[in-house]
Design a protein around this ligand. Structure first.
Ligand code: CLF
Ligand code: SF4
Length: 519
């Protein structure tokens, strides 16, 4: 009988040997959910089979059956390019390339590059050598780590020498780490060959417009060929360079994710056209991110009162373009020095003050973790498919679609207390089945046993449009307040796979005997 080690919190003191041992049937089974708190495998399995058991997905929700093998190989462990992988794998960013060649109206470079990361935070700037020490330290301690990204502040293609040197140093020491970079595109065409030579398979290109007139409201200037350009000229050059860069990446089979910042009243409707154009030019994924605008960040938009979109406005736009380029809906607009699974931030544990001078890389935890994931993942995929098919059938009969918010710490399961959640993952149940559609960030309601009413009000407002919250535990007080707001909440499906828990809840709610899901 074994101990299940959870995928969601491999932060505890569990050695790679423990994990390996867990893989043999006679030895304790290490579960993927709580390395810091042992859970018996019997308990977990029982819950999986009898419907009472225990987080979840970014980008493409496809699996190995839905895409060519060579593409699946590139995306299967990338938390941003595969919705499914984001339950299991982590990324880290190193802020090594601070110089930028354009100005975006939503950016104040003091506070990171909001093309690919959240504005309003200040990342520790690193030299390539410091980045190497940091990555070796994280890779030894965070078994989920699969991707190293350079995502601002600044532009990785403009400040390219530092980008190149960082990737060179790190891939020598950790050859299996995936390299990922993000760019505004202006310098991209000059770098594509070097990118291909470095075996970088993933490039994020921010494209906010395909009509330079729209661009004049987003970009006050660019710096190109030793000259500062403004107005329509600046936008035209940027647009042409972005299109050229995208075509060059596609021609070299480098996967390109396009990020677009949704700016209400500026480019929101125009992003439908952007989606069409980037699809034609071969983008793999389109990530429409909401503008984050706050006067405290000192950006042009923040200071002039430009608002960001509401969650339902973002969803509406995403739904409108859902037949175009595949959408990424699990982006967390992470920090430029983010570390960990998407949605969690472990950067504080790995600031340079915590990184040893003579850092070394120990691959054992990452290797052991991958073996566990390979097993756990197959079960999750099968469960998800079954739940989705069952729900599709039920919804076409009941005609009732719902939005479900999940409290999860990762690993594809419902495994977090309502009051501990800093975000809820939102799934849509429709005649198409069940699918991840986004997340809602909230302030943590429960701090040391206490919950503030005002915080709960904020959580309820963030859950606009949601029918039910599924979590691993919830108190009576929040339950009552949610009920008054017309939102059900249940901890009956604690530790269940997310999709199976949703299907079981739907069955209970709509009392349909023929809706059955087994894990
Ligand atoms: Fe980083 Fe970006 Fe690579 Fe991911 S993030 S450089 S593609 S490894 Fe991911 Fe973070 Fe969203 Fe970016 S969740 S902000 S999309
Ligand atoms: Fe800021 Fe990034 Fe735009 Fe440069 S590309 S101005 S760093 S958001």
């Amino acid at each position: 009988m074994g101990t299940l080690i959870g995928l969601d919190s491999l932060t505890g003191p569990v050695s790679s040997n423990d994990m390996r041992q867990a893989l043999t049937s006679s030895a304790p089974l290490v579960g993927l959910e709580a390395l810091s708190g042992p859970v018996s495998s019997d308990d977990m399995r029982k819950k999986l089979t009898d419907g009472g058991c225990s987080s979840s997905s970014c980008g493409s929700s496809d699996t190995s059956n839905d895409m060519p093998a060579e593409i699946w190989e590139k995306v299967k462990d990338h938390p941003c390019y595969s919705e499914e992988a984001h339950h299991y794998f982590a990324r880290m960013h190193v802020a090594v390339a601070p110089a930028c060649n354009i100005q975006c109206n939503y950016c104040n470079r003091k506070y990171d590059c909001s093309n690919e990361s959240r504005p309003g935070v200040v990342s520790e700037k690193l030299t390539p050598e410091m980045a190497l020490r940091k990555v070796m330290t994280v890779a030894s301690e965070v078994p989920q780590l699969s991707v190293l990204g350079i995502a601002g502040p600044g532009d990785a293609c403009y400040d390219f020498k530092k980008t190149e040197e960082t990737f060179r140093l790190i891939s020598q020491k950790i050859p299996d780490i995936k390299l990922c970079l993000s760019t505004n595109g202006l310098a991209l065409p000059d770098r594509v060959d070097a990118i291909a030579n470095m075996n970088i398979d993933h490039v994020t290109l921010t494209i906010n417009m395909v009509d330079p007139e729209v661009g004049t409201k987003i970009y006050p200037w660019i710096f190109y060929k030793n000259k500062r350009w403004t107005g329509l000229d600046a936008s035209k050059i940027l647009h042409e360079r972005q299109m050229e860069g995208l075509e060059m990446l596609t021609a070299r089979k480098i996967l390109c994710k396009v990020n677009s910042v949704m700016i209400p009243g500026v480019n929101d409707e125009h992003l439908v056209e952007v989606n069409k154009v980037v699809k034609q030019k071969g983008a793999f994924l389109h990530n429409i991110m909401p503008l984050i605008s706050d006067a405290a960040h000192g950006t042009h938009y923040g200071l002039t009162g430009q608002r960001g979109p509401r969650a339902m406005e973002l969803k509406e736009l995403q739904d409108k373009v859902s037949t175009g380029t595949k959408l990424m809906r699990h982006c967390r607009q992470c920090r430029a020095d983010a570390v960990g699974l998407l949605g969690e931030d472990r950067n504080e544990e790995f600031t340079m003050a915590h990184v040893p001078e003579n850092a070394e890389y120990d691959p054992s935890k990452r290797e052991a973790y991958r073996e566990i994931v390979a097993k756990e993942r197959g079960e999750h995929v099968a469960t998800r498919k079954e739940a989705s098919a069952t729900l599709a059938e039920s919804v076409s009969e009941t005609g009732t679609s719902v939005l479900v918010a999940i409290a999860t710490k990762g690993g594809g399961r419902i495994n977090q207390h309502f009051g501990h959640a800093k975000e809820f993952q939102v799934y849509e149940v429709s005649a198409k089945g069940v699918g991840f559609i986004g997340h809602r960030k909230v302030e943590q309601y429960c701090e040391g046993g206490w919950g503030e009413d005002a915080t709960l009000d904020g959580v309820i407002a963030a859950l606009e449009g949601v029918n039910v919250v599924l979590c691993s535990k919830v108190g009576d007080c929040p339950k009552d307040s949610l009920a008054k707001a017309g939102i059900d909440v249940s901890d009956t499906f604690a530790h269940e796979w997310i999709e199976a828990g949703i299907a079981a809840w739907y069955q209970q709610k709509y009392a349909r005997a023929e809706v059955r899901v087994s894990a």
